[in-house]
Design a protein around this ligand. Structure first.
Ligand code: GRG
Length: 316
């Protein structure tokens, strides 16, 4: 299929999944009056409960924005195994909850100190810092509650495998470690190997989970999971190079957040080290390499191949 029709097919699939993810998140997130009490038999309070403010902040941080790329990867992977859509959406919503928590915390004054995210005021600006910290905590823990629920899969071993995969990806040996690495490296210039490692931890590990989750739900073999991990590593790096390019070439309106931050901070990135042209070529090469890991799946993996191309062509 040519590039145009493939892009149309991908956009249609992404927009359909994004809507389904929105509906799932809407259902999973606690609502303003505390009606989704964790104790099912507890009476529903008439007036909003005092903690409703954190529910509101969690909903604000998650609903109505974002490309939903990570849940899309979960659903596309799950479709290769014929996994029921509802299960795939729960595993996808879980990673989106973790992603949204990371954005809320990353935007705090103690970290990146950003006021704009997804084209709107960041959560601590719209609410306050303490509420934003709590909202992030609430989103992170909800992700694991969602995976632990039998609605995600009736086999507890599969639920446990998903929980382990997401915990590893999000924790100190994954995204949290990558963020620490990033903060610790603020006063020195990293080389390419160090940047690759940092980005693999900070953003790549959630992509790893996203590419593996559908296959875990579908009972994939170790070899299949290994192939998806290789795909996700190349995809994650290509995504990051595209992000660095957008930081230089994008505009705040399209990207939905402040641009030019890396250059202002004198941060070494793929683009600052390689230059724009070589960085773009590297991203294209990574996309081809990513696709080459999917040969086993033949045309069943076409959407995953399309996503790899999309991540380097995106404008947001
Ligand atoms: C605070 C523990 C902790 C971790 C933060 C992921 C992260 C670590 C920070 C985000 C900073 C950032 C902008 C990184 C660049 C890559 C990235 C994750 C971009 C945002 O992801 P998209 O483009 O965003 O998928 P949407 O809004 O579409 O979901």
């Amino acid at each position: 299929m040519g590039a145009g029709p493939a892009l149309n097919r991908l956009q249609a699939a992404m927009s359909e999944t994004a809507q389904a993810v929105e509906t799932m998140l809407e259902h999973l997130l606690p609502s303003g009056n505390g009606s989704q009490s964790p104790v099912p038999e507890a009476p529903v309070p008439e007036a909003p409960v005092p903690e409703a403010r954190v529910y509101e902040a969690m909903r604000y941080a998650c609903l109505g924005g974002g490309k939903r790329l990570r849940p899309f990867l979960v659903v596309a992977g799950a479709d290769m195994y014929g996994v029921p859509r509802d299960r795939a959406l729960r595993a996808g919503a879980a990673v989106e909850l973790v992603h949204c928590y990371s954005l809320v915390h990353d935007d705090l004054p103690a970290m990146d100190d950003d006021e704009l995210r997804r084209g709107r005021p960041t959560t601590h600006i719209r609410f306050d810092e303490a509420t934003a910290v709590l909202a992030g905590d609430g989103l992170l823990t909800l992700a694991f509650e969602v995976l632990a629920d039998p609605a995600t899969h009736d086999d507890p071993a599969i639920r446990c495998a998903l929980i382990t995969a997401l915990a590893r990806a999000a924790g100190a040996q994954g995204m949290v470690g990558g963020q620490m690495f990033d903060l610790a490296a603020e006063d020195r210039a990293l080389d390419l190997d160090e940047i690759s490692r940092l980005q693999n931890l900070k953003t790549g590990q959630l992509f790893n989970y996203s590419c593996a989750a559908g296959a875990i739900l579908g009972g994939a073999s170790k070899e299949e999971l290994d192939a998806l991990t290789l795909y996700s590593q190349d995809l994650g790096l290509a995504f990051q190079i595209a992000d660095d390019l957008l930081d230089i070439e994008g505009n705040e309106y399209e990207v939905g957040k402040k641009v030019g931050k890396d250059a202002d901070a004198g941060k070494a990135t793929f683009v600052s080290i390689l230059g724009v042209e070589a960085a773009r070529n590297k991203a294209t090469q990574l996309v081809e390499q990513a696709s080459s890991h999917l040969e086993f799946y033949s045309e069943r993996a076409d959407l995953l191949r399309d996503v790899a191309r999309f991540v380097i062509e995106r404008r947001t």
